[in-house]
Design a protein around this ligand. Sequence first.
Ligand SMILES: C[S@@+](CC[C@H](N)C(=O)[O-])C[C@H]1O[C@@H](n2cnc3c(N)ncnc32)[C@H](O)[C@@H]1O
Length: 307
Amino acid sequence: MMEFKHVSVLLQECIDGLAINCDGIYVDATMGGAGHSRKICEKLSENGMFIGVDRDEEAFAVATGRLADTCCQKQFIRSDFRNIGDYVTTPVDGILADLGVSSYQLDNKDRGFSYREDAPLDMRMDQTSPFSAKTVVNTYSVQQLTQIISTYGEEKFALSIAKNIVKQREEKEIETTGELIEIIRRSMPAKSLREKHPAKRTFQAIRIEVNGELESLKQGLKSFFDLLKPGGRMCIITFHSLEDRIVKEYFKSLVNVCTCPPEFPVCVCGKKPLAKIITRKPILPSPDELEQNPRSKSAKLRIIEKL
Ligand SMILES: C[S@@+](CC[C@H](N)C(=O)[O-])C[C@H]1O[C@@H](n2cnc3c(N)ncnc32)[C@H](O)[C@@H]1O
């Protein structure tokens, strides 16, 4: 296995945001290379408890190994974080989720996440799942492909890409990222090929679809909030606008619970906010972090506290 490299994003900001109590219970719902997890474990005493989740087999193996020498109690769960309520029932003091894929997943050619490599079409975070990028690309209709590429990729040329995918596979199944990139290139006007990598948005869209990322996030946020103790904190790092919108809207829904009509001068429904927003505006990487780790560019951290 190639070395598992991933530089943690907004690391100190997450640790500060969690306001860790050394005897508390903390969840890292996306352990990855265990960068954040390790910092959390180092803050915990022998009475403290760390719960680590990842659905990727390789990340799970690496993270559990990297945390073995820390002194707190530990529980590891290899699953989609949306199912956390099936494994954890004790209320917890804090939860972190650093969404998306790790640099290891992106850089490992065999995983098929990268548009910079020619590899089998895969993009599964959970390698035990039977549903891969190859399934999406070779079985979805033009309408389904257009829908996901335009919604999850915000790609202007979604229809043209979708039509060309379907046309191409009538001749032969599409098997590699290289073949897909070629189709995407052919589906765009020359001018657009000079902007960002032409396949970036389509790859993002297919990855989101393969891993059901937005559905996991919506359900995960609810499960996380249900698990938090009053006073517990939730820190979520997102990497694109679709994810950030879901987090922002969910946090708002916990604060703006009043159901009185807007014309009422005072609240009569008596519903009290369930949470306090700690970050009015999301926390972004500092110029130093951006310089050291360009992959942190689109990261946004939002934090709430349960009341
Ligand atoms: C950005 S990386 C986390 C990196 C980590 N914070 C670190 O410092 O090394 C995201 C990780 O979350 C995992 N992941 C993403 N979505 C998940 C989900 N719904 N359930 C469980 N794990 C998930 C991925 O497999 C990946 O390992």
